[in-house]
Design a binder for this molecule. Structure first.
Ligand SMILES: Cc1cc2nc3c(=O)[nH]c(=O)nc-3n(C[C@H](O)[C@H](O)[C@H](O)COP(=O)(O)OP(=O)(O)OC[C@H]3O[C@@H](n4cnc5c(N)ncnc54)[C@H](O)[C@@H]3O)c2cc1C
Length: 543
């Protein structure tokens, strides 16, 4: 509020200038010329007492610093005024104090209404009343947290198909809005950068996570899953605290319809991060699992294979898992592979577990260029990190998948199905995907699964029967109950609309106000019953 309105005042009257010091001299002043906004409300402001009467307490050289005849005259005049006021008695003094107070109040009210008019009427999506403490420097801008909503600004928006769009948001800083591209803005951005990076780094390291986005008119919020940053932009995006979401507009949907109407520059409110299922701990790979939080030291051997069935926007958690297993997709910068740096930061395994994603879409436009990478190469296409192109939000998500494939050809696979081309996920698709993750016996990453004898049936990480009652919101607080270090399970993960999950893994169940995993049914349940997918080695996770 006042930062903008007082700027002209401070610019005209720097604190050390004689003009500024004139302000503290006893006397009557017209304040209207300081700011046009207060002009209509004030005629004059009397300043009669100051903390240190300048005539007696300012030492030579302090303040005005000039003992000119003119100053002496003014001083005498001022002393005379003070004497006169003293003789008026206490009632006169208190009434003048009151009038001074009311005038100051008037000014404050005028400034405040000007601000309200500016922020609410003129720029409704810009600044709001809640931003005042930040603008005044009383508090720093709030950062993403799981208990309260904080404002973000949409900085990019891309329509990737007729119903789906990607928005990129970054933390809203009211000071940035007011200061434009000034030095102060840059300084502030740098100050916040490391804090934001640390917060998000933890969530990315966990793997699966989401944030809530609020619909402010209806005061409802829904979960959305941040996509990994575009190829080669991980560092920059993390430092700016940016988040990207793939959102499908649902007809009649309260939050997705609202979000579909927002444009670049608009504000959204986010709350989070909310950590989801701990994939690394279930896979049990020693290099993925953090020993201090697992309840035991973590297994010595590499473990875990992942088959991920993603329906539509369910691709977002699939990419989060891929990022957890393979690290950020990197670019070469100054001759140094950025991936190496991230490996150090994130403790990535040298040889990551095998993963296959099958992405089901209604239309081809949702997954253009979803071809085998070799076929794409023959057509002259190279993923962004190999042809040094920057992959912005534009181009959707295929470049991300292609880049992981290019860097981990043995470990990672992806395939797409398109409803309108009469290609659907079925039992055979799932079995093929399971086979594609079979480790090469010669490979050092050969998988060893957790055997029946070492699995505690009540362990929420390694026992399918215990998983039935698990909710994703509580998962990260649980502890492994297996007696000996777990080598890990393989995961068949299913993510997408409720109908998609129910078809392939059975419906989730609700109890005590929480959505829980429920029994495994659907196509995956059938395959396990028939023994085509070994239920001792594979666990099903519904997202
Ligand atoms: C952990 C998690 C992560 C998620 N991540 C993403 C993501 O990254 N991207 C994404 O797009 N979605 C994601 N979702 C789904 C998202 O949270 C919302 O559920 C989705 O956007 C729909 O919300 P909505 O408010 O628009 O629709 P809602 O208002 O909840 O309505 C949903 C559907 O039900 C219909 N409906 C509503 N009320 C009625 C009624 N009374 N009678 C009949 N039909 C009705 C609506 O028409 C609509 O089609 C995620 C969900 C979870 C749990």
């Amino acid at each position: 509020m006042s930062a903008r309105l007082l700027r002209p005042l401070t610019r005209r009257l720097p604190p050390t200038s004689p003009a500024c010091l004139r302000l503290v001299r006893p006397g009557t002043y017209n304040v209207s010329h300081f700011n046009p906004v207060v002009h209509s409300n004030t005629a004059s402001l009397q300043i009669r007492s100051i903390a240190r009467p300048y005539s007696s307490k300012l030492s030579p050289g302090e303040g005005m610093g000039h003992n000119t005849p003119q100053n002496q005259k003014q001083e005498q005049q001022s002393n005379q005024n003070q004497d006169n006021r003293k003789s008026d008695g206490p009632s006169s003094s208190s009434s003048s104090k009151n009038s001074k107070k009311s005038k100051l109040l008037l000014i404050a009210a005028a400034v405040f209404s000007g601000y309200l008019f500016h922020s609410i009427i003129l720029r409704p999506n810009d600044l709001s009343l809640g931003d005042v403490p930040v603008l005044l420097g009383i508090v720093s801008p709030p950062s993403l947290n799981p208990t309260s909503f904080v404002p973000y600004t949409i900085v990019e928006r891309e329509q990737v198909s007729s119903t789906a769009f990607i928005i990129t948001v970054e933390p809203f800083d009211p000071l940035h809005r007011l200061m434009g591209g000034s030095e102060k803005k840059k300084k502030n951005a740098r100050k916040n950068a490391n804090k934001l990076r640390n917060e998000l780094q933890e969530a990315w390291h966990h793997g699966l996570w989401c944030v809530e986005i609020k619909q402010p008119q209806l005061q409802v919020a829904r979960d959305y899953t941040p996509l990994p940053p575009p190829v080669g932009q991980e560092r920059e995006e993390m430092q700016r605290g940016r988040l990207r979401f793939l959102i499908r507009k649902m007809e009649g949907g309260e939050v997705s319809s609202y979000l579909s109407k927002l444009q670049v520059g608009d504000k959204v409110e986010l709350r989070g991060p909310h950590l989801g299922f701990d994939v690394a701990r279930r896979l049990g790979s020693s290099s993925l699992e953090s020993s201090n939080s697992s309840g035991h030291g973590g297994g010595k051997e590499q473990g875990g294979r992942v088959v991920f069935l993603a329906g539509g926007t369910g691709i977002a958690p699939a990419l989060q898992v891929a990022r957890r297993l393979y690290g950020p997709v990197y670019e070469k910068r100054n001759g140094k592979k950025e991936e190496e740096e991230w490996k150090e930061i994130e403790d990535m395994p040298a040889i990551p577990p095998k993963m296959t994603i099958v992405w089901a879409n209604r239309f081809r436009e949702d997954c253009p260029d979803c071809e085998d990478l070799e076929a794409l190469r023959k057509r002259g296409y190279l993923p962004p990190s190999l042809n040094n192109a920057k992959n912005t939000a534009a181009g959707g998500l295929m470049p991300y998948l292609q880049d992981i494939k290019a860097h981990h050809p043995e470990q990672f696979n992806y395939a797409c199905t398109v409803d309108t081309e009469k290609k659907f996920i079925d039992a055979k698709t799932i079995l093929d995907a399971v086979v594609s993750t079979t480790p090469n016996p010669k490979s050092p990453s050969s998988t060893t699964s957790l055997t029946k004898s070492t699995t505690n049936p009540s362990c929420p990480f390694h026992s399918s029967s215990a998983l039935i009652n698990v909710s994703d919101r509580q998962d990260h607080e649980a502890r492994c109950k297996c007696a000996s270090p777990a080598n890990g399970k393989n995961l068949l993960m299913v993510s997408g609309p409720d109908g998609f999950i129910a078809r392939f893994a059975g419906p989730k169940a609700w109890s005590e106000g929480l959505e829980r995993q429920g029994h495994v049914a659907g196509v995956a349940g059938e395959l396990m019953k028939k023994g085509k997918v070994n239920k001792e080695e594979w666990m099903v996770l519904k997202l």
